[in-house]
Design a protein around this ligand. Sequence first.
Ligand SMILES: [Zn+2]
Length: 334
Amino acid sequence: MSARKPTVLVTVDTESDDEWTWRAEPSTTNGQGIDRFQAICDRWEYPPTYLVTYDMLEDPHVAERLGAIARDGRAEIGAHLHTWRTPPYDEKYDRSLAYPHELPEPLLGQKLEVLTRHIEEKTGIKPRSYRAGRYGFDARTLGHLERLGYSVDSSVTPHISWQPYPGVPGGPGGPDFFDFPEEPYYLDRQRIERHGDSPVLEVPLSVRVSGMVPAARGILRRKATSLPLRVARKLGVVQRREMRPCFVPLDDLKALARTLTQESASMINLLIHSSEWWPGCSPYHPDEASVEAFLERLDSLLAYCAQDLGLAGASLATFGDVHATGRRPAGEDE
Ligand SMILES: [Zn+2]
């Protein structure tokens, strides 16, 4: 039997412009770039998963385009919770771009319900895949996802801790996924870092760690901008590689895709933000030239996955469905 090949998963946090800092009034200019991005995915037959925020779907153009593309079978629509953009609003949390895990109940459950219903109303599609805003996923969220009929979560970023990045003042900060699994797993309902009985499949982002001094891995817990970490990475003491075409050079993206294929990983989960595909809508791409370079990089990466590595793609929920059929009782042959 031939070795398993990874499935390419293109996942898009589909959100308003420049959500890296608080803005009273969100704008959705980047919605104009949906068709241009979709054409790249269509070319290589990699159906993207648009994980969409509440406010993006307030833009009729966005709702119309996403709904039409998904009904065509060319993409999936899932949910992305930006707590500060989703009713019911609460200034205490919204102003500080609260992580979902920082919200009290019943507020967390209410926001997830409102978001889920809104996606269905605006696009006609019931979301089955989820990613937490700022990756703020926890066991309470998992309970709500089960209740609301989701089958996949993709909030986990192995080898990365978001704890140095604050949310609510005095709060716990971001989630720590440092020792979480790299491969998909059915979640445990209490301890989300463990395999368990939940029907919700965790599909982590593709992140790998390598380097000359494996014992130095702990330094990766620091903030990305910290000087010791930057020096360690520059010297090759330790490296963290992730599938983020917006700031990772093409050669590194290809190398990671190759590594994942060689290790027979089950998937390559790459992340982009919709705001990255329109000039001036993200910190990464201030102008048309930088957007152009980004989209060319993405196109080249997908071409490499399709043509050189021979990889097929799927949306998150489809990947989850296929994964579920492979869930066989212990002792049976693969
Ligand atoms: Zn987001």
